[in-house]
Design a binder for this molecule. Structure first.
Ligand code: G
Ligand code: G
Ligand code: MN
Ligand code: NA
Length: 254
């Protein structure tokens, strides 16, 4: 819990930031969306990975304050970029399981949208399969209401959770993000490619947008284009970048 305590201080002391990773059209390479990714750099210290501190925040309950900070910061930045004339569909934020358990999480998201004058299509959310299958009736109702209002809801790390395909028909989602473990191996492994093709097929039949995550080289890109993924996210195009770098990229093109 040393880490939990420093994390709480980090929230008070402005040590957190959001980086943004572009999702580009597989066809045109144009930037469409950004995924917001939380970063923590303690003063005089090494950056701590969210893989390390998100689970700590979940256990200590700090995830609610942290999640609030992420929602607010993403909304604030989206509004700034809109006012600057930046061409962008939306910013997606990641939601963890315990964060969804808070009774007013969706109201809080809506409140930040109102505060910054944003519409429901300007911010999206990403949830893993495991979070979806563990969702209770209240959470599902909240998600349905967001979906009904036009929010984009993505299943993150698709294909790696402990779930059956049947949940696809009951959850109000709009996108599948194929996990990067499949993308990594698909060029040399027919099984991984087959799973990706099946994900694209079912995703499109259900009217969902399909995103390939973790594209790192030209071979992987050629494959995800060939099997008709809609969007691509990965180091081959862009790494997660601080807001200033994204702004330059979107406004100046470099
Ligand atoms: O950015 P990076 O590859 O280090 O992210 C590692 C993990 O942390 C990913 O699974 C990502 O979804 C998660 N993560 C990053 N930012 C956030 C956030 O703001 N909230 C939550 N709940 N998870 C995040
Ligand atoms: O679990 P989630 O999909 O939210 O995690 C997103 C994280 O994946 C990002 O924070 C980013 O650091 C990482 N990521 C994005 N693109 C690539 C990539 O091309 N290769 C690898 N290895 N990681 C990536
Ligand atoms: Mn994600
Ligand atoms: Na993912």
């Amino acid at each position: 819990h040393r880490l939990a305590e420093s994390l709480e201080l980090a929230l008070d002391n402005d040590e957190l930031s959001l980086h943004y990773q572009p999702q580009v059209s597989a066809v045109s390479g144009q930037i469409e969306n950004l995924e917001a990714l939380l970063r923590w750099t303690p003063p005089h210290g090494q950056a701590v990975s969210p893989q390390e501190f998100i689970p700590v925040a979940e256990r200590s309950g700090l995830i609610h304050r942290l999640g609030d900070w992420v929602m607010q910061e993403a909304c604030r930045q989206r509004a700034l970029w809109r006012d600057a004339g930046v061409k962008l569909e939306r910013i997606d934020i990641n939601f963890s399981g315990r964060q969804m358990g808070r009774h007013d999480v969706f109201e809080r998201l809506e409140a930040y949208l109102r505060r910054y004058g944003l519409g429901p299509r300007e911010i999206g959310i990403e949830l893993t399969e495991n979070v979806l299958i563990e969702a209770d009736a209240r959470i599902l109702e909240g998600l349905r209401s967001l979906h009904h209002r036009g929010f984009r809801i993505a299943i993150d790390d698709f294909g790696t959770g402990y779930s059956s395909l049947s949940y696809l028909k009951q959850f109000p989602v709009t996108s599948l993000k194929i996990d990067r473990s499949f993308v990594r191996d698909a060029p040399g492994q027919p099984e991984d490619r087959a799973i990706m093709e099946a994900a694209v097929f079912i995703g499109h039949r259900l009217g969902l947008e399909v995103v390939a995550e973790g594209v790192e080289n030209a071979e992987q890109l050629a494959l995800v284009r060939e099997i008709h993924c809609d969007l691509v996210q990965g180091f081959y195009f862009y790494r997660p970048m601080p807001a200033a770098a994204i702004e330059r990229l979107l406004l100046v093109g470099v």
